[in-house]
Design a protein. Structure first.
Length: 317
């Protein structure tokens, strides 16, 4: 049998690199009927994978360069409309869509009179409070704000900046514990010595954060992107790459969804054989289907422990 573990053929100067991306799936969120909403940032659209028909359709195009999606406690679709993969044509705002009426409400599009950088991900409390991240990973010359921060939206619409530098570097994914007493944050900054950390914060009923703690550090590999939490409090974090993107982000963290206990104990990795893995969410009638967005693909895998989302209660197993 031939030895297939060999190098490049003669005359080939280097391994192939990506010339163009035809899709960039992100922001998965399932509604109460089991339909999976997810974003395709490159093509500026939100797609829906119908639970019964098993095909996807376009829900909204253009989407304002939507990234992270989530359903709030009332089943309304929250969207982080960003500003990536584009010549500055993103809406840079947070919107809420009533799926029954189709009405779209802009919750916030500015802070201190300046446009957001590129809203990325969002978490929703059962009391109606929202937390969202606003990093800039694309073209930092478009930034009107001079910081990458995390914000809280209160029920009266007031927006408060709750985290910023130097406490964190570049916030990305965000999620809550099932008892809503802990806020988890991905802090992933792809520069030399940049954070590749997952933080936890105590969350008070009034929305204030305290007691920042390190959960896990993915450095020097590619850090986390999006994440979700199951009904027992285990974090599922999308992270890693197969091929180092730079000297600052090695392939020491392989692509997959990493299951991590709140105390930082790594339980295992669900492998995903595609760069770049971006996010994950819970779905299925029993909340035991984990959907994973990665590059041009959406994956699914079954688990024993049900997930947790604010607009649904898990089915006992």
């Amino acid at each position: 049998m031939a030895n297939f573990d060999i190098g490049l053929p003669p005359g080939v100067l280097a391994a192939p690199t990506t010339a163009a991306g035809v899709a960039f799936t992100e922001g998965p969120a399932c509604d109460v009927k089991g339909n999976l909403y997810f974003t395709d940032i490159v093509n500026n659209r939100i797609l829906v994978l119908d639970a019964e028909a098993k095909y996807y359709r376009v829900f909204r195009s253009p989407s304002g360069r939507a990234n992270g999606l989530l359903f709030d406690a009332q089943g309304r679709l929250l969207a982080c409309e960003g500003n990536e993969f584009c010549p500055n044509d993103g809406n840079r705002r947070i919107t809420r869509t009533n799926l029954t009426t189709g009405a779209v409400e802009v919750l916030t599009d500015r802070y201190d009179g300046k446009r957001y950088n590129a809203p990325n991900d969002i978490a929703a409390c059962s009391n109606g409070q929202l937390f969202f991240t606003d990093p800039c990973y694309w073209d930092r010359s478009t930034m009107e704000l001079d910081h990458d921060s995390v914000y809280r939206i209160d029920l009266d619409g007031t927006v408060t900046r709750v985290l910023t530098q130097p406490q964190i570097q570049r916030p990305n994914g965000i999620a809550l514990s099932p008892d809503e007493k802990t806020l988890y944050l991905v802090d992933s900054c792809p520069i030399a010595n940049g954070h590749r950390k997952i933080w936890s914060f105590d969350l008070a009923s009034d929305g204030t954060l305290s007691h920042q703690k390190l959960v896990i550090d993915f450095a020097p590999g590619r850090g986390g992107d999006g994440m979700c939490v199951d009904s027992q409090g285990t974090l599922y974090i999308a992270a890693g790459v197969s091929h180092a993107r730079s000297a600052n982000e090695t392939n020491e963290v392989l692509p997959g969804v990493y299951a991590v206990r709140p105390d930082g104990i790594l339980l295992g990795r669900i492998p995903v054989f595609e760069d770049v893995i971006t996010n994950c969410t819970w779905g299925g009638a029993d909340l035991r289907t984990l959907y994973i967005t990665a590059g041009k693909t959406v994956y699914q895998v079954r688990v024993d422990v049900p997930g947790w989302v604010v607009h649904r209660q898990p089915v006992s197993v």
